[in-house]
Design a protein around this ligand. Structure first.
Ligand code: F0G
Length: 482
């Protein structure tokens, strides 16, 4: 975002691109939206794209690509082994991160699989600022456990801390002492910490975590899936980096860690993933797994066309005009909602706007999935698809009891450069209506509950006829309007 002021004094997120290809979207009447939600088992993952007006489920694999990315796809070199595309992508990654080796994988969780298989031993502990669902699942599958060491502010909905993703380094030192470094598989820092509201990690914090890990000989892994938002916040919020080049910030991050991995469904706005390291031993161990689980070393399960798009997308990720777009739109929606008294995670992070379901739906017990219920209600109210990030996204304890999430959030993600300001205003309007009628929203209960990652395929039903009541109220207030 350039330094640009509006004469009116308004704060308006300005698009630094123009739209040259579009996709028509459908807005069904409220009755049909309710029917679609019901057929999807009150789980937004099970909705069909054709029935959705604004898809804010995720930014994963659905970001707008640039004309240069599409152009690059045409020069893809399709060969099983030794593709030119691979060498082009490897060169871009080495240039951006300054790391020696690159291993391709079909997406972020595939990288997590390879890393967990290589490093996690049964009974070991992985220390993280905060887990991501798939990361934790891969550590658990290998017989390890996860401990979260996020700073206390990170789990507060409202805070003035500008880097809520920071790891508490006091807790890290204590955990190393208590667990013993030989039982710690790795320390993992996640950029733009997803599950606490897309919150960034400061450079000062990463430097200190790195110092501790290096002095103890513990591997430090950096999940760079949400790197671009984190880079933007380091530049905007940390005076030390006010005039720094985005690439120099990236290089410093890479110099502090042993392994970087990423989902390029997010980073680089394509579809794929990769692991980077300069450590020969780790590289050789992880390399064995690529042909076994992903594909030959020069494509790793990705289409070469996506790899070309990824190479260009990664280079474009070093441009503030590109990477500022998501955070400024997130901020715009958060401000609109806050102005209407709606509780959101602050300061606004990257990735999406996060609504606090604990306050929004305080009348719904946590065991009735208040964030999941809110996600269903938002779809019924406006055809807007968000994602539950709360108790439904957790896995039950061994004894079958619920593991109640620390935060109950509804995430409204912003795929990069996809939505316009009028769409943001529509979202804010429908959520404001819902907030006024929040007492009509009721809870949900599972009718089909998978054991692992239940939020993907689980089916639920409302505990009462609250969806019908919500539709009736909508008709009363909006008349014939969609
Ligand atoms: N790490 C982080 C921080 C992520 O946000 C994701 C995916 C992954 C790893 C896994 O990557 O999807 O390519 O396998 N996040 C998506 C989301 C699914 O909607 O937030 P993947």
């Amino acid at each position: 975002m350039p330094n640009l002021k509006f004469f009116s004094g308004e704060s308006v997120p300005l698009e630094m691109h123009k739209v040259r290809m579009v996709q028509k979207i459908n807005l069904h009447p409220v009755e049909k939206r309710m029917q679609c939600m019901s057929e999807a088992g009150f789980n937004t993952f099970l909705l069909k794209n054709l029935d959705i007006f604004l898809d804010m489920l995720t930014d994963s694999g659905v970001n707008a690509m640039s004309e240069k990315q599409y152009a690059a796809m045409l020069q893809a070199d399709d060969s099983y082994a030794g593709s030119e595309t691979y060498f082009r992508l490897e060169k871009v990654l080495q240039d951006i991160f300054g790391m020696k080796h690159f291993l391709p994988a079909h997406q972020g969780r595939a990288c997590e699989h390879i890393i967990a298989q290589t490093i996690v031993k049964p009974g070991s502990v992985a220390l993280m600022n905060y887990h991501f669902t798939t990361t934790k699942a891969h550590v658990s599958l290998m017989g390890g456990t996860v401990e979260e060491l996020i700073n206390d502010e990170g789990l507060k909905i409202q805070s003035s801390n500008l880097f809520k993703g920071d790891m508490d380094t006091g807790k890290l030192t204590e955990a190393v002492k208590r667990i013993g470094k030989e039982k710690i598989s790795f320390v993992r820092i996640e950029a733009g910490t997803n599950l606490v509201g897309g919150q960034p990690v400061s450079m000062a914090n990463l430097r200190e975590v790195s110092r501790i890990c290096r002095s103890e000989g513990i591997k430090l892994i950096y999940d760079a899936s949400l790197l671009t938002d984190n880079l933007y916040f380091i530049k905007i919020r940390d005076p030390e980096f006010k005039d720094a080049d985005i690439k120099d910030i990236t290089r410093e991050i890479a110099s502090l860690v042993d392994i970087i991995y990423f989902s390029s469904r997010k980073l680089g706005a394509a579809r794929g993933g990769g692991i980077l390291t300069s450590n020969e031993e780790l590289f050789i161990k992880m390399r064995e797994m690529v042909p076994l689980y992903e594909g030959f070393l020069t494509y790793g399960g990705m289409s070469v066309r996506e790899m070309e798009a990824m190479a260009v997308g990664l280079q474009e990720s070093m441009d503030m005009d590109v990477i500022s777009q998501t955070p400024i739109f997130v901020e715009a929606l958060c401000s609109e909602l806050q102005a209407k008294g709606i509780p959101v995670v602050t300061p606004p992070g990257g990735l999406g706007c996060h609504i606090d379901a604990t306050e929004f739906c305080s009348h719904i017990p946590q065991t009735h999935y208040r964030a999941g219920a809110l996600a269903s209600a938002v779809f019924i109210a406006g055809g807007i698809r968000g994602m539950e990030r709360g108790t439904m996204s957790e896995q039950r304890n061994e004894d079958g009891s619920e593991r109640l999430a620390e935060m109950e959030l509804l995430r409204l993600a912003f795929p990069k450069r996809v939505f316009t300001l009028s769409q943001v205003k529509y979202v804010a309007d429908r959520i404001a209506w819902l907030f006024k009628n929040r007492n009509l929203i009721g809870g949900l209960e599972f009718v089909e509950e998978p054991k692992v990652l239940r939020f993907f395929f689980g089916r639920l039903k409302p505990v009462s006829n609250w969806p019908d009541m919500l539709v009736q109220q909508f008709r009363k207030d909006f008349g014939e309007s969609l």
